[in-house]
Design a protein around this ligand. Structure first.
Ligand SMILES: [Cu+2]
Length: 358
């Protein structure tokens, strides 16, 4: 943090020498919540707490696009995915082509005390996948679409502020869990009937809406603030408990992220973030999902790791009837990903959010 310390000192001197008005207050070193970067980039959840008695409502729209297949960090063609093992392929019946996902996330926060903020997040998920069934018996490959949408798992957490209330360095313990409100029995038509006729089948694991288990989400968040700069880091694990009703457990996950934000003026900040995500393969399997149908149906082709870089901007509306409303936008692209494959590669994701505290 040497760079931060020198920037911190330099900007404090600048602020004291040059600035009057609201920015001068920041130079005193208290945590300032009425500024754009007092919340992390909008793609980070559970990054901030509220003062006793305060409520917050929020909504995030999170699109994500995946296209093409990777095994490790190597590209794999559709043909190789559904060619027989004897021909040097992977021997699946289908190969995913692309997948579009959009999540609508609604959040409510309430702070019963200055130390503890409670948070609930509800998701509505909408997914489309295009896949191709291998050619057989003189039939050309058949391309088809699958869809699923509905409520995802519901996240509940307590955010416990561990540091002094007004410190410019805040440490928050994230004590979270998710409830299995998302369906794991979504079906759609696939061309597996006679002569490629549509037949309703259980969708593959990435197209299911929930984990089917109660998942623990412990984590730790640190945020720091100076006059013009702010920064933070967060680590959150997702630990599955037990086995779901279809006989499997999704892999555990870990998210590690760090960011740096610059405050252009009280209402506007921009951010740069690195996000590392790792997730495991399935334990067990759903007997209605034949594992050789597609790599997306294979319990051993689900895990991976990815490093994203994100650029973002936060707006904090400080006056007029919209005082206290926040808007955030973040755009993330992977700079490295290694997948247990063949598995769909992530091209980009984005988060557009609104928050209002009162
Ligand atoms: Cu909040």
């Amino acid at each position: 943090m040497h760079v931060e310390a020198s920037k911190f000192t330099r900007s404090r001197i600048c602020a004291m020498a040059l600035l009057a008005g609201p920015l001068l207050a920041h130079a005193h070193g208290d945590w300032e919540s009425a500024r754009a970067d007092a919340h992390a980039p909008i793609g980070v959840m559970g990054d901030h707490v509220h003062d006793a008695g305060e409520w917050m409502l929020g909504y995030r729209y999170m699109p994500m696009q995946q296209e093409g297949l990777l095994n490790g960090s190597d590209r794999v063609s559709r043909e190789a995915t559904y060619s027989s093992v004897a021909d040097g392929g992977f021997g699946y019946h289908n190969a995913p082509i692309d997948m579009d996902m959009a999540m609508h996330m609604f959040e409510v926060m309430y702070a019963p005390t200055d130390r503890v903020t409670l948070m609930a997040m509800f998701n509505y998920i909408d997914m489309d996948m295009t896949a191709e069934l291998h050619s057989h018996g003189g039939h050309p490959p058949i391309r088809y679409d699958m869809e699923s949408d509905g409520l995802g798992d519901t996240a509940l957490s307590a955010l416990v502020r561990l540091t002094p209330l007004d410190s410019p360095h805040q440490v928050i313990a994230n004590l979270g869990l998710t409830l299995p409100t998302g369906s794991i029995t979504e079906d759609d038509d696939m061309p597996h009937g006679p002569g490629g006729a549509p037949m309703e089948m259980r969708l593959e694991y990435p197209m299911q809406l929930g984990s089917g288990t109660v998942d623990l989400q412990p984590g730790l968040t640190y945020v720091g603030q100076a006059a013009r700069w702010s920064w933070g880091g967060q680590g959150i694990a997702t630990l599955r408990t037990g086995t779901n009703d279809e006989g499997y457990t999704l892999g555990n996950r870990a998210n590690l992220t760090g960011w740096l934000a610059y405050l252009w003026r009280q209402e506007l900040s921009t951010s740069l973030r690195l996000a590392y995500l790792t997730w495991g393969n399935l334990d067990g399997q759903d007997d209605e999902i034949p594992p050789m149908m597609s790599p997306a149906a294979d319990p051993r082709a689900q895990g991976g790791e990815r490093l994203d870089v994100g650029v973002g901007t936060n707006w904090y509306l400080s006056g007029g009837v919209l005082r206290g409303h926040r808007l955030g936008l973040e755009f993330l692209v992977p700079i490295d990903q290694r997948l247990d494959g063949p598995q769909l590669e992530t091209d980009w994701s984005a988060v557009l959010g609104w928050q209002y505290a009162f």
